[in-house]
Structure formats: C-alpha cells, structure tokens
Design a protein. Structure first.
Length: 496
C-alpha cells in the first residue's frame, strides 16, 4: 500500500480496513505506521490520549499478521481502536484520569477488550476522560482538558471526551466509551460523530471501573452507522462475569443493515416535548427540526410525545449516581486500592484520609460527599429513596411513550460545544446541561447520538434517537436511513 496524496487510509471505514487487511491489499505495517504518525502529530494537540505506545502496536500487529495468514475469522482485522481509560487493558495502564490510579496496571482485559482483540482489532491507546467519568466537559481530568478538534478553545464534551475528539480527528475509525448519564452521546454530539449507548446489560461491564453501577454502560464512537454496528456486534454478547449481562445470541446487526431498504414507511417517531423547552439553542432546535422533516419525507409518522417525569431526571440522577459513586469509590483507601500517601502518619485513619485527599480531584470529592449525605440514615428516604421512586416513574413514562411510537427523538444537548472554562465553576449549570441524556440511563434504554448539522460557528449538532430495551437494531436502522439520505451534506474532517 502506498500512502500517496490521493489515498489516505484514515478515510477508510473500519469495515473497509478489515476487508483490505484480510484480502492482503493493505499491509498491516503500513496501516499501523500511518495511524502512528497521525497520532504522534495530532493527539498531543488535542490531549486526547492518556497512553499510546508504538511498541505495543507493533507487537500486536506481528501476532495479528500470523492470524490473518492462518485464515482466522477476524471481522475487525487490523482496525485501530481507542479505549477510554476507565476500561481495563492488561498491557496498558488504566488510570481513570485520576492520581488515585496513576500507577494501576490491570492484570486482565475487560470483556469488551478481549472481544475486540479476538475479532482482530488493534488496541491503539487509551483516551482521556473526566476523572472516574464524572463530568460533562473533560475538564475534570488529572491529565488536563481535551480540546475539541472543531475549535480548540472549546470542550469536546465529557466524560468520554478523548475518544470522541480522537474519532472526530481520524486518529482511529472507532473507539469505546462509557455512558452513565450521557458520556458517550454528549461528546459524540459535540465532536460530530456517532455515539451509541446500548441497553443496560447488553454489553458486559466486566473490567469497566465502576462509577454508578446501575447506570454505567459501555458503548461506541464511530464515523458511520455501519462501523457502529460492526463494533456493537463484536462487544454485545453474554458474559457470566457481569451479573447484569443479558442472555441471548449475538446481534449480527451489520448483516441486517446491509440489506436495508431505503425509506422508513410506517415508523412512528415521537418528539419528546419536554426536551425542546427553554434553554435550547435556536441552532440546535432548527437543525433537529430539519432532521424531523427528512424523516417525514422518508415515510415516518411524526408525533409529539410527553415524558413528563423527565423534568426530575437531573435531580434524581445526581442523587443516585453520587450515592452509588460514594459506595464504589470507598475501595480507594491507599491500602487495598489506589494511591498511598507518603505523609508520616500514626493512625490507619490518617492513611485513608491523606491518600484520599491527595488521590481524588475536586469534582470527585464533591460527589462522594453529596452521595454519602444522600445515603445517610436521617436523609435516606427524603433523598435517595425519593430519587429511586422517581427513577421508576421515568421508566414508566418511557414505557407509555413507547406504546404510541417506536423511536423517540430529542436533542442530545441543549447547546453545541461550550468554551473551556465557561462552566467549570458553576456545577449546577454544568449538571443541567445533561437534561436530555440522563433519563435514558435511569430507564436503562438504548440511545444514539446522530450528527445532524452545524451551528453558525460551524460546531456540530447531534440528535438523540431513543429506543425500547434491546432495540439497537431499530435505532441503527433509523440512523442509517437518515445517514443515507443526508450523509453527503455532513462534513467529515475538522480543520486541524
Ligand atoms: N455528565 C454526567 C455526570 O457527570 C454523566 C457522566 C457519564 O455518563 N459518565 O455524571
């Protein structure tokens, strides 16, 4: 393969890469060299990577080369994949962007990483995030913020900001993220790529470092619907090591999408009225309304649908997520797990105190305190108990909505990417920006961020498609029909 001016492997989709590698038309070493060079020159400007090592890539491709030669079934042969740094990798550090885990090297791969390696993917590096996935802007990382490739003065969204920025900048065709309250969908929208948050339980959380276990879910970033389906097919399968992992056969979405007939005749799409209220940018609103007209022109029926309890999703989520986080993060005590203070101390309690004080950043401490308070005996019913009741109500309201329509549609975020520093000292405003995404996690539903336009500053806009549990196929089919219709009008490559 030659990387002449006319041929750039980074413009190939994951599915094309895999085909070319398997047929021998592209040499693994050339492909890897190309992505290594690109990563060396661009990743530092975005601060998208926490870990990246050319030697590791080279040793992976030499093993992979033998497997290709042996004719193994490798649906993702040679596809470079980036992994959010809260997902365990046995040969690379896994830091959660926290000083607490800066020396942590897992002894095992997360289930999803195992599956990707088995499918022939190359794990190209680990991406930056908000510390322990807590945040919406990637500004809470102990490795510093990630810069949005569309405008380097802006945030890429969070918490999976590194994965989103890297895919948008063509440093890999696909990446993994985790989504507890929007951490895949919102950065995907801010960076103009596709982001899929699967149904709770569809993808094993084994090896995902817990933030809020009843909400956490691993998912994908990609530049196309087909590539999204390819990665989802590989990672979505039952795993006995995660007790919430769903049973059932592998989805094989990529094959069903290949036979998609264009048009969406009879599909009922519900516009979630609560998520089009005040505070929504006019540019986001009008882009999504345009997308709705496209769906209509393809034969979909459009209905206004109400999910009334969504207005309580921010308060319920920030109680439940912080309560679970306070329990999950109790293990980092400087003895069993995490950074150990070097202060000279006399009591065990002081080891805990100083280790935690030094190891955790401000936002994480704030959330541990909030969560501990919400769970404390005198306030349990008033806060945590109420929030879990509201969570059930949100799930019921979604169920009712899905009696009337097949797919729900809303913005992913009320605005496009905001400036670095703009909201960091105002947590409430930051939390309120999550209004469109949190309900989906509280109800355990699958949802997807689909690029649908740009604002007047050329910043990407995303629409959110929400489905019934395990309706990933419908979501991807709907997204693909839209992509086929308007795809060519979407810009691919941000100027760097
Ligand atoms: N922004 C939300 C939070 O800070 C969601 C984060 C996530 O999905 N990991 O908790």
């Amino acid at each position: 393969m030659t990387t002449t001016a006319a041929f750039h492997p980074y413009q190939l989709s994951a599915s094309e890469i895999s085909k070319l590698v398997r047929s021998g038309e592209v040499k693994l070493s050339d492909l890897a060299e190309f992505y290594l060079d690109r990563t060396r020159s661009i990743a530092p400007r975005l601060n998208s990577h926490i870990y990246f090592d050319a030697n590791s890539v080279e040793s992976q491709i030499s093993v992979l080369g033998e497997r290709v030669k042996a004719g193994e079934d490798l649906p993702m042969a040679g596809v470079p994949v980036l992994v959010k740094d809260n997902i365990c990798t046995r040969d690379m550090p896994t830091t959660c962007a926290s000083r607490m885990l800066k020396n942590f090297r897992p002894t095992y791969d997360a289930f999803v990483v195992e599956r990707l390696r088995k499918a022939g993917a190359i794990i190209f590096g680990k991406t930056n995030l908000d510390e322990f996935a807590m945040g919406s802007s990637n500004e809470n990382s102990s490795f510093g913020p990630v810069y949005n490739p569309w405008d380097l003065t802006r945030v890429p969204g969070g918490s999976s900001g590194g994965s989103a920025a890297a895919v948008a900048a063509d440093l890999a065709p696909v990446a993994l993220g985790s989504d507890t309250g929007g951490s895949i969908r919102q950065p995907a929208a801010f960076c103009g790529v596709y982001g899929l948050k699967p149904t709770y339980g569809a993808v094993s959380r084994y090896g995902l470092i817990s933030y809020a276990s009843s909400l956490d879910q691993i998912g994908t970033f990609a530049r196309s619907v087909i590539d999204t389906a390819m990665v989802y097919d590989v990672i979505a399968s039952h795993d006995p090591r995660d007790s919430t992992s769903r049973r059932g056969s592998s989805p094989e979405l990529i094959n069903s999408l290949a036979h998609l007939k264009s048009g969406l005749k009879g599909l009922r799409i519900g516009i979630v009225t609560e998520l089009f209220g005040s505070g929504l940018d006019e540019s986001v609103n009008s882009s999504i309304r345009d997308a709705v007209r496209v769906f209509q022109s393809m034969g979909a029926e459009i209905h206004d649908v109400s999910v009334p309890s969504l207005r309580h999703s921010v308060s319920s989520y920030y109680l439940i997520a912080t309560a679970e986080a306070s329990a999950n993060l109790a293990r980092y005590d400087g003895i069993r797990f995490g950074h150990r203070t070097t202060e000279q101390v006399n009591q065990l309690k002081e080891v805990y105190k100083y280790s935690r004080q030094e190891g955790f950043g401000r936002e994480v401490k704030q959330r541990i305190m909030l969560g501990t308070f919400a769970l404390s005996s005198g306030y349990y019913d008033a806060y945590y108990g109420k929030a879990t009741q509201m969570r059930r109500q949100i799930a019921r309201d979604f169920n009712l909505a899905f009696e009337r329509v097949d797919v729900l549609l809303s913005p992913v975020a009320p605005t496009t990417a905001f400036k670095i520093g703009e909201k960091i000292d105002d947590p409430l405003t930051m939390y309120l920006g999550d209004i469109c995404t949190l309900g989906v996690n509280l109800a355990g539903l699958p949802a997807m961020s689909v690029p649908c336009g740009y604002d007047h500053q050329n910043l990407p806009i995303g629409m959110q498609l929400i489905g019934r549990p395990l309706s990933e196929k419908e979501l991807l089919t709907t997204a693909l029909a839209y992509e086929n219709e308007v795809g060519s009008s979407l810009k691919r490559q941000p100027a760097l």
